[in-house]
Design a binder for this molecule. Structure first.
Ligand SMILES: [Cu+2]
Length: 240
């Protein structure tokens, strides 16, 4: 009887093993069963500068590296140390994911780490890779990251990736992102955050500014303040 119960329990526990780890092979399965929940590791792509932040992460098999795309238009594309700005055949590629001023959602690309071998990633947009926009997953050490950056900066041109591969694109809210976007570069150019900047303000302030400068500093401040509140009064101030 005890034996039967034992084998029933064994059968139950075996059937409870999720299907996924089986794909890792027996050693992977053993490691996976022992452990440890998979981590989500955020990496910010772009922003005020064309960077990956951080540019080096340590990930275990099963962990998810989640690239979060900030300002600009960037990619997370797999390459090699030997050809840092050229997509690896059959490698991971997020495709180009933009972030524009005023956006409240953040584009993401999530990839499940399938090996602890060093993995080389670059941005395939324009000259970003030559500017050093590269990162590593599981480098052998800090020196390898430096070597990779230098190798990327030594290239002449990047090769763009083709199809999205090796991960999933999605979105998260900006509030849940691991970054604060860069301030809008040129709100007047449009496409930025129109509600925050009343278009009338800058033209109204400009005509009042030069005459105010002729008086003392306080008068200038008052004049500017008055101009902001009631712009129609500025011609009267000009008369004095
Ligand atoms: Cu980029």
């Amino acid at each position: 009887m005890k034996l039967i119960v034992g084998s029933l329990l064994l059968a139950a526990s075996v059937s409870a093993i999720p299907a996924k780890p089986v794909m890792l092979g027996t050693s992977g399965l053993r490691a996976n069963l022992k452990t440890r929940q998979a981590k989500v590791i955020p990496v910010v792509v772009g922003g005020p500068q064309d960077t990956f932040n951080p540019n080096s992460v340590t990930a275990a098999v099963g962990d998810i590296v989640q690239f979060q795309f900030s300002n600009g238009n960037h990619t997370a594309t797999q390459s090699t140390l030997e050809a840092p700005c050229t997509p690896l055949n059959g490698g991971v590629n997020s495709g180009h994911i933009p972030f524009k001023d005023g956006q409240t959602d953040v584009g993401t690309f999530s990839m499940v780490v399938s090996s602890t071998d060093p993995m080389f990633m670059f941005c395939a947009t324009g000259p970003h890779c030559q500017e050093g926009q590269v990162m590593m997953i599981n480098p052998t050490g800090p020196q390898q990251v430096l070597d990779f950056v230098k190798a990327a900066q030594s290239t002449q041109k990047s090769v763009d990736g083709t199809a999205i591969a090796g991960g999933t694109t999605s979105q998260i809210t900006l509030a849940n992102a691991a970054f604060v976007p860069a301030p809008p570069k040129d709100p007047a150019a449009g496409g930025g955050a129109p509600p925050a900047v009343p278009p009338a303000a800058p033209p109204a302030a400009d005509p009042a500014a030069p005459p105010a400068a002729e008086g003392n500093a306080t008068a200038a401040a008052n004049s500017t303040a008055a101009t902001k509140g009631k712009s129609k009064r500025s011609p009267i101030l000009l008369a004095y």
